[in-house]
Design a binder for this molecule. Sequence first.
Ligand SMILES: Cc1ncc(COP(=O)(O)O)c(C=O)c1O
Length: 288
Amino acid sequence: MAFRIYVDGRITDARDAMVPVLDRGFLYGDGVYEVTRTAGGRPVDLEPHLDRLARSADRIGLALPPRDAMIAAIDATLADAGNPESYLRVIVTRGAGEMGLDPALADAPRLVVIVRPLALPAPALYVDGSSLRLVSVKRNSPGALDPAIKSGNYLNNILGLAEARRAGAAEAVMCDDQGRVCEGSSSNVWCVRGGVVATPPLHVGLLPGITRWRLLQLARADGVAVEEVELYPADLHAADELFITSSIRGVLPISRLDDRSLPVGPVTTRLVALYERFLADQAGRVAT
Ligand SMILES: Cc1ncc(COP(=O)(O)O)c(C=O)c1O
């Protein structure tokens, strides 16, 4: 089991991996990134993740390294680490250069690939559920820093999560300034009402999660009714079931929202199983 990092063409132990202090990713969060996990040793939904990385980079005017070079670096780092399953983070910063906000000061994009042994939430959480807190911190407005851009600037999410943690919850739910539910600090939020699964639409201002996208497909193909619809905190409080999604957590049931407990229901349990079957299929496809 190894924690290995690729920086500028070299793969080292995590503690030896360095980027220059003048890197704009460090100075300003001026970069983009993706996170996924492996199944059967191969990154899950790598192409959609790299597509989203390209869209994020495009939105901030950052020229990514060629895709085959990024895939080669990912493959090399995964092979070097040799973990049964890995957490994978791909970061591209705008690079270093003279200090100053002007992006034209940057020299060249810097690619970093982080691979460590995959650590998943405790199995009991998939049966008993985790906890959410509706926080007062608002999600960034799409007109300021669009949440659809997965940039290295996560302070909005950090502040939201910190508020949730102070209240004893595992994850935050952030709303926009009109009070509409957007997403978690590092997850998409879903509810089940009368057997229908609902999640906020992208126009509200949220990260188009790859797990969200994948689960929408899996659920519809399995005959589950799903809608992308604007939700308010009262909708979450009145919901029969709640869950969140992310690449590392998959489909994670929620059994507590603020001070309200709710059971982990049958629709969520079905979606947990659907996503687990998808991961097992991915792993199996690699093995055969
Ligand atoms: C703000 C935010 N929303 C949603 C997600 C879930 O996205 P994905 O399913 O692509 O992991 C993440 C993942 O880190 C995130 O940071």
